[in-house]
Write a protein that binds this ligand. Structure first.
Ligand code: SAH
Length: 517
């Protein structure tokens, strides 16, 4: 059961350091239920996808070039948004209690007698240590951890620490917001008594696909970080534990780490591929090139449903078809048995999974995930002469499937289109500007329609060809479309399923580390 969010309560919640999965279960459950989300820029923006569709999302962080909203305005915003009918989540990067100016928000809420709760999060220092294998304490040499802030913006009205006081040999210093003040910090630590050869690690964008770590010592780190253009947000670790760092580099050595990969799927479908790619360390950019919406003719549905038990086969060519079909089916019937005794044939593992999730058996799944393979398998299996077949598809889908069943199999086929694939342009995506400037390493095409939409949308956008990503194709059909459109296929999955596609992507980069066309 989910944690029960109360109306009229403000939740001050840590969102974790950047890795989407490093949010607590409690924080995620509150986020899923909250009416209003007030969030900072250090949170992983994709967390907002957990929110209710009608939740109000208010950004109060610093966006490029702009100053962040003053704390007093955030306090006021909290008071304006909370009322007995709303719940507010104030989502902060890392842990809300660590350099998160939470005292001011607590004071505001207490002064107005507004109930609040606090949910801790994984703070950046702990995540950066974990994602670079730095044991931040060590029994013999480092028995304390000190969290410090360097305040990289000297204009801020805040206390600047005297780092000489923290020049302790048996401690690990974890310095937040220190990149802009590195020279001063290092100078004071040495003045305070730390040796220039004291080990230092800087971890930038820890736990995200942009993580970058730099190792050195006090004497060299300023130069090194300049040479490597270390940027905020970063944690600076100072202390002997840095030398005890594990050498496997488990996170940065993931096979797709640092690769920027575009997943151009329909909005509702991107999840699984994205998850797999991220598991292998990729920096995934989801750019929807298709929007799927229900589109059907009510009379046809009524006719098909009346005759449902007369079909010997029902064929589904996509998981979307399954979803839309059963959404309508369960509006008409209460009981799954109303589907009758038809056999079920599907194209692709995702479609099979969708059927199985309803506790229905798939009678036919061809090895290749395309509709021709389904016809071949059906024809091989039995005579289709006069067999009644229902084909559930999208508005564009399956003309050749229907034709072949009718001509080669002499079957009686009803086609039931249930949804519409609408084109979206890449320029509609919030990531478009970044794509246009920096490009990407690969784009993974999972259907012919995404190929067409991508090629059509880049045609008019004057994209510099040198930033175009490598083209990956999920299988033969998608590759055919790429060829027809005059594009080079950089890699093709040997089997048309997401797992194989991701494995193929990994081996492509392993054998050909330089990206782009
Ligand atoms: N409440 C946050 C800290 C906010 S202060 C927490 O508990 O993590 C902002 C500073 O946190 C940044 O300037 C940087 O020093 C650090 N920080 C936040 N996210 C980070 C990340 N993913 N990698 C490295 N440092 C990070």
């Amino acid at each position: 059961m989910s944690y029960k969010v109360q109306k009229g309560t403000v939740y001050l919640v840590g969102a974790g350091p950047g890795d989407l999965k490093l949010i607590t279960v409690k924080a995620k459950e509150i986020l899923e239920q909250a009416d209003i989300i007030i969030y900072d820029n250090l949170i992983n923006i994709r967390l907002l996808e957990c929110a209710k569709p009608n939740a109000k999302k208010i950004f109060v962080g610093k966006s490029s070039g702009n100053h962040s909203i003053p704390q007093s305005e955030i306090n006021e915003l909290l008071l304006n948004e909370i009322n007995p009918k709303t719940s507010v989540i104030r989502l902060k990067g890392g842990d809300p209690l660590v350099f998160g100016r939470i005292r001011e928000e607590i004071n505001t809420l207490e002064t107005e007698n507004i109930p609040y709760e606090i949910v801790p999060g994984i703070t950046a220092a702990m995540a950066c240590a974990a994602y670079t294998s730095i044991p931040i304490t060590e029994r013999d040499t480092s028995s304390s951890i000190i969290f410090l802030t360097g305040h990289e913006n000297p204009e801020k009205m805040c206390l600047n620490l005297d780092f000489r006081e923290y020049a302790k040999e048996n401690a690990t210093l974890c310095i937040y917001m220190g990149v802009g003040q590195m020279e001063r910090i290092v100078g004071e630590l040495i003045e305070g008594g730390l040796k220039p050869n004291t080990p230092v690690a800087i971890v930038e964008n820890g736990s995200t696909q942009k993580q970058k770590s730099t190792i050195g010592h006090l004497g060299t780190i300023v130069e090194k970080s300049k040479a490597q253009s270390i940027q905020s947000p970063a944690i600076i670790f100072v202390g002997s534990v840095v030398n005890l760092k594990g050498s496997q580099n488990w996170f940065e050595n993931k096979p797709l780490f640092g690769k920027k990969i575009i997943v151009p799927r329909a909005r509702q479908q991107a999840g699984k591929l994205t998850e797999l790619l991220e598991f292998y360390g990729a920096d995934v950019i989801e750019i929807p090139l298709i929007a799927i919406s229900p589109e059907y003719d009510k009379e046809t549905i009524a006719d098909v449903f009346t005759e449902l038990s007369t079909y010997q086969w029902i064929l589904f060519t996509s998981a979307n078809g399954v979803q839309h079909f059963f959404d309508l089916f369960f509006k008409a019937y209460e009981d799954i048995r109303s589907i009758g005794l038809s056999q079920i044939g599907v194209v692709g593992n995702a479609t099979e999974k969708a059927i199985k999730s309803l506790h229905l058996k798939v009678d036919l799944l061809p090895e290749s995930a395309n509709s021709d393979a389904l016809v071949d398998a059906l024809l091989e299996r039995e005579s289709l002469d006069n067999t009644k077949i229902l084909v559930v598809t999208g508005n564009k889908g399956s003309p050749s499937l229907v034709k072949r069943l009718e001509t080669e199999g002499r079957a009686i086929v009803d086609r039931l289109p249930l949804y519409e694939n609408k084109k979206c342009s890449i320029s509609e995506s919030p990531y478009f500007e970044s794509f246009k400037t920096f490009g990407a390493d690969a784009i993974l095409f999972t259907s012919s329609s995404t190929v067409q939409n991508f090629m059509d949308s880049i045609k008019d956008l004057s994209i510099d060809p040198s930033i175009l990503p490598a083209y990956g194709s999920i299988g033969v059909k998608t590759s055919e479309t790429l060829k027809q459109m005059g594009a080079t296929i950089d890699f093709e999955s040997p089997k048309a399923n997401l797992e194989n596609f991701v494995v193929e992507t990994i081996s492509y980069f392993k054998n050909k580390p330089t990206n782009n066309k």
